[in-house]
Design a protein. Structure first.
Length: 319
């Protein structure tokens, strides 16, 4: 389990609260905005703290996580809620506030979690290998009866190890439980469903609202399921596992969807304006080289990339 916050992160959260309040002031100046950008880019603890601000805003509003002047649109109620949430994360007096029970707060207390733009590779006690994609959180519960990975949100990839106690290896999401049959597989937890992709051997899937019913997903197959039902088993889509190799692949997808995927890996705001999001794109791009990806997009499609700040990028129709 993750330990308590370090002193550096406590200081960063305190500073993030102050900057959040300053940037919501209608009288905020361009100089203050630049000073906030300098503070945030100053060290990784500051960047982590600002990610908590953005995560809380996403939990409370329908606004995309952004930076700078986007925060000026937050209502007074939203500002109070975000500041309460930061107090709670800091260990303040806001105990019992609903955000503490939200996915993002639970993720902050998880055994392993990655922030936006981070990935992690972890070897578990039984020798299994666990990879976490960006914005992912898991809890690990190994006992004499089973090896259980609970995926709270995000994407994971697993290569199971041989267990001397012969305990079953299971992954649990909000929609069901997957039991590995000596295998390599990945799992994505979406809002209303889970997507399982199997690379080697097979995985058995059960859902809570259909007791006694199971699906066996074999190598090269994928299955999406809800708490109530299974979709049809499909051939595995290589695009779903590209993140494990450090790439993102798109096949004739709207630019708006491409940008939404890119935004999962990069701090700040990337958005399309006008009809730019309707253009369709195919290609394979490196996850952590945003500049190269944006250059390729502007060379392929009739769009212009506007880098307003280090953290705000707008894609519009070329005039």
């Amino acid at each position: 389990m993750q330990g308590s916050l370090t002193d550096a992160r406590r200081r960063a959260l305190r500073s993030a609260s102050w900057w959040y309040a300053q940037l919501n002031d209608p009288q905020v100046t361009p100089l203050q905005t630049r000073q906030w950008q300098q503070w945030m880019s100053g060290n990784t603890d500051n960047q982590w703290a600002w990610q908590q601000v953005e995560a809380l805003r996403q939990q409370i509003t329908d606004l995309p996580a952004g930076s700078g002047r986007c925060l000026l649109k937050d209502s007074a109620a939203t500002r109070r809620s975000v500041l309460k949430g930061l107090l709670l994360l800091f260990g303040g007096a806001a105990t019992g506030w609903p955000v503490w029970h939200s996915d993002i707060a639970e993720g902050l207390r998880a055994d392993y979690h990655t922030a936006k733009g981070q990935m992690m590779q972890q070897q578990l006690a039984d020798g299994s290998s666990l990879a976490l994609n960006t914005g992912t959180a898991v809890n690990i519960r190994f006992d004499p009866q089973q090896r259980l990975v609970r995926l709270l949100y995000g994407d994971i990839a697993i290569t199971t190890g041989k267990d001397s106690l012969h305990r079953p290896f299971r992954v649990q999401t909000r929609q069901g439980v997957m039991t590995a049959l000596g295998t390599v597989f990945s799992v994505r937890q979406d809002e209303e469903s889970t997507l399982l992709t199997v690379s080697e051997h097979a995985v058995k899937v059960g859902v809570p609202d259909a007791p006694g019913q199971f699906r066996l997903v074999r190598a090269g197959e994928s299955l999406r399921f809800t708490r109530h039902a299974f979709s049809a088993i499909q051939p595995a889509d290589p695009q779903e596992t590209g993140w494990q190799r450090g790439i993102l692949s798109f096949s004739d997808q709207p630019l708006s969807e491409v940008v939404a995927t890119l935004s999962r890996y990069h701090r700040g705001l990337i958005r399309c304006t006008g009809t730019a999001g309707e253009f369709r794109l195919s290609g394979t791009f490196p996850i952590f080289n945003l500049k190269a990806t944006l250059t390729a997009i502007s060379a392929t499609l009739p769009v212009t990339i506007h880098t307003l700040t280090q953290y705000v990028i707008v894609i519009s129709n070329k005039r």
